[in-house]
Design a binder for this molecule. Structure first.
Ligand SMILES: NC(=O)c1ccc[n+]([C@@H]2O[C@H](COP(=O)([O-])OP(=O)(O)OC[C@H]3O[C@@H](n4cnc5c(N)ncnc54)[C@H](OP(=O)(O)O)[C@@H]3O)[C@@H](O)[C@H]2O)c1
Length: 275
């Protein structure tokens, strides 16, 4: 692979794609962009990007192709007509999808001689290019080593394994952890609101400092089994969870919002039953 790292073909100028492309341009990369619907490249062209009229033209102008499209179907639809142009040159897919989709995409591309790195963006457009952004990659390590410095301006590159499904796996799992925390915080605030508490003071003085102190423990003790760590008193924890669920029911908070409490109670009861 003879790669001049600064020449990037960028496919997809949605909210995320546009931000990634702009960040790469600002970092001095040479970027040729393409988007299905024309007219979205104006500000990027003003910053020095070239706009291609079709994906093949963009790919031909780059030594590395990056796709950031809506979903797996849009990636396949976009790439199917240009597999010949892609062959040999590396492709990085920063489009979110499932683990199976990433593995099947890797097999499909491999069958056409395309070297492929799967990606998962742990950022939102507002944090791209900042310390808060990281990008998960999986696929051949040597490819990651060559591509990571090129794409590092968008977010800290983090290789998570050879399996092309692992970037999606870690991405989806990390998001699952985040949504769990966010569901817990929403539930907490709904409780305080329903019972007439001062929501802003609760968030600022109680919830946030409490969650910050608990975060390392929560992440460190997350467990694949239904058992609980030995030092836990499962019966006491189960009673505590029952109290939280009662408080939620008394406050009239919808049961869907307390799903995380019911899941934890289920886990504690399984641990008690298992002795
Ligand atoms: N936004 C975020 O906060 C965020 C965070 C992490 C990861 N991501 C991931 O990044 C990817 C892009 O997100 P986004 O926020 O940029 O989404 P978006 O704003 O909805 O943009 C979607 C992009 O996909 C293109 N597209 C859709 N269907 C297509 C098709 N059939 N063929 C070709 N192009 C097609 C759209 O082109 P048109 O302009 O022609 O419609 C547009 O460029 C997604 O997989 C998303 O999950 C986003």
């Amino acid at each position: 692979m003879d790669m001049k790292p600064e020449r990037i073909a960028f496919l997809g100028l949605g909210a995320m794609g546009r931000t990634l492309a702009r960040t790469l341009l600002e970092a001095g990369r040479e970027v040729t962009v393409w988007n299905r619907t024309p007219g979205k490249a104006g500000d990027l062209v003003a910053r020095g990007a070239r706009e291609a009229s079709d994906p093949g033209e963009a790919i031909d102008a780059g030594d590395l192709t990056v796709a950031c499209l809506l979903d797996d179907a849009s990636v396949r639809e976009t790439l199917a007509p240009v597999l010949r142009e892609l062959s040999g040159g590396p492709l990085v897919n920063l489009t979110s999808g499932s683990v199976r989709q990433a593995r099947e995409l890797a097999r499909w591309l491999d069958g056409h001689g395309v070297r492929f790195l799967a990606g998962g963006i742990l950022a939102v457009p507002q944090t791209v290019g900042t310390e808060a952004a990281s990008v998960l990659y999986s696929g051949p390590r040597d490819l990651f080593d060559r591509v990571a410095p090129v794409l590092s301006p968008v977010g800290r590159p983090h290789w998570v394994g050879e399996d092309p499904g692992f970037a999606s796996l870690y991405d989806m799992a990390a998001l699952s952890g985040m949504y769990g925390m966010s569901a817990g915080a929403d539930h907490a605030v709904a409780l305080v609101h329903a019972e007439g508490g001062d929501v802003e003071a609760f968030k600022r003085d109680v919830l946030r400092p409490w969650m910050e102190r608990m975060l390392p423990i929560i992440a460190g003790e997350a467990d694949v089994s239904v058992s609980v760590p030995e030092e836990y008193n499962a019966a006491m924890q189960a009673t505590g969870l029952e109290n939280m669920i009662s408080t939620s029911e008394e406050a009239g908070v919808p049961a869907e919002l307390s799903g995380h409490l019911r899941a934890s109670l289920w886990r504690m009861r399984r641990a008690i039953a298992a002795g």
